[in-house]
Design a protein around this ligand. Sequence first.
Ligand code: IMP
Ligand code: MG
Length: 197
Amino acid sequence: MFARGARAAGKEKVVYVHNDISEILFSEQDLANRVTELGKTITRDYADVVDEGIVVVSILRGGAVFTCDLIRAIDLPLEVDFMAVSSYGNGAKSSGVVRILKDLSTDIRGRHVIVAEDIIDSGLTLKYLLENLQSRGPASLTVAALMRKDAPAQADISCRYTGFECPDEFIVGYGLDFAERYRNLPYIGILKPEIYQ
Ligand code: IMP
Ligand code: MG
């Protein structure tokens, strides 16, 4: 898997993004299996409320890859919409100051909303988002987070669907980035500290 290369600037240049990863936490297969399970559970839990309308709210950009797989694992009619927020001022820690960069196009009043998020770290982004979405009067509001970090001071977030608990490391892949890179890795891995330090 480390033999993938790319051509750049007209000369042969091999870019080994995989070499920036110190450890693979969840393989492509692990992710597929778990997301399928989450989709089945959601299908069971929401079967009775389909008539009222289900909206999956994907949090860009990190949650996009997870969302695309999750919605295809839910066997119910639903709508999907996207919201973009920025939570990090700079650096690798959440500031708690959340800016809405792109809002929903859908009116979620009276609908059953499932927020699809990549990872809960400090939980500050989600805490803000949930308060914001709740004020719009949805029939229900739950969270499906692919990962929840084992972080020391995490905001109290009720997350109904969690894919994996993960260590308090900086991780990338399957939608998660460092400086906008690595989102396209098909697995989730720990980024070598020397890359971000
Ligand atoms: P929180 O507000 O600290 O919970 O973090 C919110 C956002 O930060 C997540 O939705 C991710 O987009 C990003 N994030 C948190 N931890 C990581 C990580 O380990 N790698 C990449 N992005 C992360
Ligand atoms: Mg991010």
